[in-house]
Design a protein around this ligand. Structure first.
Ligand SMILES: *[C@@H]1O[C@H](CO)[C@@H](O)[C@H](O)[C@H]1NC(C)=O
Ligand SMILES: *[C@@H]1O[C@H](CO)[C@@H](O)[C@H](O)[C@H]1NC(C)=O
Ligand SMILES: *[C@@H]1O[C@H](CO)[C@@H](O)[C@H](O)[C@H]1NC(C)=O
Ligand SMILES: *[C@@H]1O[C@H](CO)[C@@H](O)[C@H](O)[C@H]1NC(C)=O
Ligand SMILES: *[C@@H]1O[C@H](CO)[C@@H](O)[C@H](O)[C@H]1NC(C)=O
Ligand SMILES: *[C@@H]1O[C@H](CO)[C@@H](O)[C@H](O)[C@H]1NC(C)=O
Ligand SMILES: *[C@@H]1O[C@H](CO)[C@@H](O)[C@H](O)[C@H]1NC(C)=O
Ligand SMILES: *[C@@H]1O[C@H](CO)[C@@H](O)[C@H](O)[C@H]1NC(C)=O
Length: 625
């Protein structure tokens, strides 16, 4: 019963003897010497002071034989080499006191090679060899059928023996800080695995079979070179902690949104451009997205995160914090430091659980620095005080919803109530998360000659080319909250168009063909990527309302604006306007002019808050005669 233990001890002690007899670190010689059987002598006998330099005492070994656990960490071992085979040691223990070794710790030595004889430790359940110099592992590890925990972190492994993956009872596998460039498909055999750490390796991909590890609760993939994740990651239904920090990810698979048990997700230091849509992750408590390339919070992305307590988006390029963030009612910590945020939604001040609000390092225009310096509570208090301020100039009316019957279009599910579309001539296909509008919807639109088309809050990236089918009738088109990067010249064919809502897309230009839209009176371009008011806008002679807040507009072109003599509402908030020309005061048709959240020193916030008439007055007063 105890033979394996004895042989093992022999194995270790060869290393010890070597340590004191030969040159440190020269394992080639050590190994061949060991093989030639040069080293004899009683493992526990001999020179006691020599043993104590290696630090392995008789007593330790004896205790190990009784408890089945042996801790030989930090004892300067440099080879857990080969067995000498002859177990000739001074054994004063009674065999019935001895148990098989179940736990062995060889951590923090200088071991370069683990003996094949490790297979003889057939009762071993836990093997910890972290922090050694292993370059490989013996295939015989696969014969340890009891092994549940294996810690080979902080070694020099470049590959793993395939036999390792025939230890299906393995629960804990730590491989962090090695030199692994891939994980084999056989990884999927380790179906009992609960805790897997492969951080600090050189992984570029993961095998799709990772999806078979359904019992995993924690996986650490940080500090690798991953560029994509396999979609099969969605099958890891038990995962609570997923660490992807310091990789090369440009996006996360949408399937990640199905990991319902996820509680902590770390994706800091990657190259993400968009917040992932984590629609079913209702248990997510911590979301760490710092040091990426995020430009905005999609409001969709903020839905469903009913348990979120920590949201870290520091060191990104986010320009707008949408008011939808207040839907995260459980939020306790919000870190948006080092972004491009110029204003915060006042409603943040009312989030009762929010204890830590970090906004340093933003070009904050609406909040003075001394207020920011007051810390989370100070900022929240200030934001609350702003909510109670006298009404700001009335926001321009949103898209007129003339004829938009919102009722009964969807009897649940995807079915559109054709009858009601026919009656109202309003077709609502909003909030479907659709990348494309299905052909039936267009057919319905044509057959009912809809005037009011609502496609907002989808995932539309490509211009919906079938929209031209409705060009003879549409009066109102809402394409807000999509992912459009460009519009199509076809838009110019919708000659009856009066209201066009394009807010929250990724637009930076408008097609010049839009010039033909001479009935357009409301145009919403807020939260896009415009660096200027597109020239074609100044040709829309019927324009009454132009909302272009939350862009990067840098200049106000007064002479062009004055060509729009019906313009009564202009929203230029949260742009990059550094100078407000006094001549803007001559646009006396304006009933609502919003300019806050720009980097201009003048007019001061106090004046901006007095309302449009006072503001225009002030500007006129500054015109040099
Ligand atoms: C043990 O070894 C040390 C140095 O290697 C030596 O000084 C000492 O005399 C030895 N003791 C015995 C009992 O052989
Ligand atoms: C093993 O021994 C080392 C050094 O003596 C000690 O620091 C460590 O805590 C021990 N580990 C366990 C699990 O007992
Ligand atoms: C595994 O090794 C790491 C160091 O690389 C150590 O921090 C960890 O505690 C070890 N795990 C166990 C279960 O001993
Ligand atoms: C790491 O692995 C690569 C092959 O993937 C190898 O070329 C390199 O020598 C290894 N480095 C070390 C320190 O073992
Ligand atoms: C993942 O591993 C890294 C480095 O090995 C460590 O710093 C980090 O704390 C680990 N993540 C988790 C969630 O434990
Ligand atoms: C990581 O991947 C990049 C390309 O994606 C490559 O240039 C680089 O050498 C890789 N680094 C390592 C350590 O494999
Ligand atoms: C269109 O749908 C959105 C989202 O469901 C809704 O907010 C909006 O009021 C709808 N109507 C119009 C005319 O935009
Ligand atoms: C804002 O305008 C300044 C010049 O006034 C320019 O240097 C800067 O790049 C602009 N920022 C953005 C984000 O366009």
């Amino acid at each position: 019963m105890c033979q394996s233990f004895l042989i093992f001890v022999e194995v270790i002690l060869i290393g010890v003897t070597l340590d004191s007899e030969s040159v440190q670190g020269d394992t080639t010689e050590i190994m061949s010497s060991a093989r030639r059987g040069r080293f004899h002598g009683k493992p526990f006998g001999g020179n006691a002071s020599q043993q104590s330099t290696s630090g392995v005492s008789d007593q330790l070994i004896k205790n190990g034989r009784k408890s089945g656990q042996l801790n030989l960490s930090s004892r300067g071992l440099n080879a857990a080499a080969e067995s000498r085979g002859d177990a000739d040691f001074d054994n004063d223990e009674r065999w019935w006191d001895q148990v098989e070794l179940t736990k062995l710790i060889l951590a923090s030595n200088k071991i370069q090679d683990l003996s094949e004889d490790v297979k003889l430790l057939s009762a071993l359940q836990s093997l910890d060899i972290h922090d050694n110099e292993l370059q490989g592992l013996p295939e015989t590890l696969g014969e340890l059928h009891q092994l549940q925990k294996l810690n080979v972190s902080h070694n020099k492994l470049s590959s793993l023996p395939s036999a390792l993956f025939s230890c299906p009872q393995l629960v804990y596998l730590h491989l962090e800080h090695n030199n692994l460039s891939e994980l084999p498909n056989e990884l999927g055999n380790l179906v009992e695995l609960d805790d897997l750490d492969v951080s600090n390796n050189k992984l570029c991909t993961l095998p799709a079979t990772i999806g078979q590890l359904v019992k995993l609760k924690s996986i650490n993939l940080s500090n690798n070179n991953l560029t994509v994740l396999p979609s099969q990651i969605q099958f890891l239904k038990g995962i609570r902690t997923l660490d992807l920090t310091h990789n090369q990810l440009t996006s996360l698979p949408k399937e990640l949104g199905y990991m319902r048990s996820l509680e902590q997700l770390y994706v800091r230091h990657n190259k993400l451009k968009e917040l992932p849509l984590l629609e079913h992750c209702s248990n997510l408590k911590e979301l760490h997205l710092g040091n990426n390339l995020l430009t905005c919070f999609g409001s969709d992305q903020l839905q469903c995160l009913n348990s979120l307590t920590v949201l870290d988006v520091r060191d990104n390029k986010i320009a707008i914090v949408p008011v939808e963030i207040t839907q995260l009612t459980t939020l306790e910590r919000l870190d948006i430091s080092n972004n491009d945020v110029s204003a915060l939604p006042y409603e943040l001040g009312n989030m009762v659980h929010l204890k830590s609000l970090v906004v340093d390092g933003n070009p904050m225009r609406s909040i003075r620095r001394d207020i920011i310096a007051r810390g989370s509570e100070g900022i929240k208090k200030y934001l609350r005080s702003r909510i109670e301020m006298p009404e700001e100039p009335k926001k321009a009316a949103a898209v007129s919803s003339s004829g938009s019957g919102q009722t009964g279009l969807f009897g649940g599910g995807e079915q559109v109530d054709a009858h009601s579309v026919k009656v109202s001539r309003a077709l609502d296909y909003s909030g479907k998360k659709a990348e494309e509008v299905p052909p039936e919807i267009w057919e319905l639109g044509v057959s009912t000659q809809v005037t009011d088309l609502n496609l907002s809050k989808n995932q539309i990236k490509q211009w919906p080319s079938s929209l031209v089918l409705l060009s003879d009738w549409v009066v109102t088109v809402n394409l807000g909250f999509n992912k459009l990067t460009a519009l199509h010249t076809d838009l110019g064919l919708c000659l009856r168009l009066q209201n066009l809502d394009l807010r929250n897309n990724c637009l930076s230009t408008l097609p010049k063909e839009m010039e033909s839209l001479q009935n357009l009176h409301t145009l919403i371009l807020s939260v896009n990527r415009f660096g200027e008011v597109p020239a074609v806008v100044y040709k829309l002679k019927s324009l009454e309302t132009l909302l272009i807040s939350g862009n990067q507009v840098a200049q106000i072109d007064v002479s062009s604006l004055r060509q729009l003599d019906k313009l009564s509402s202009l929203d230029l908030q949260n742009n990059n306007i550094s100078v407000v020309p006094p001549e803007l005061g001559l646009c006396t048709n304006l009933r609502s002019l919003l300019l806050s959240g720009n980097p201009c020193r003048n007019p001061r916030p106090a004046i901006l808050n007095k309302g449009t008439d006072a503001l225009l007055d002030y500007l006129r007063g500054r015109i040099v005669q």
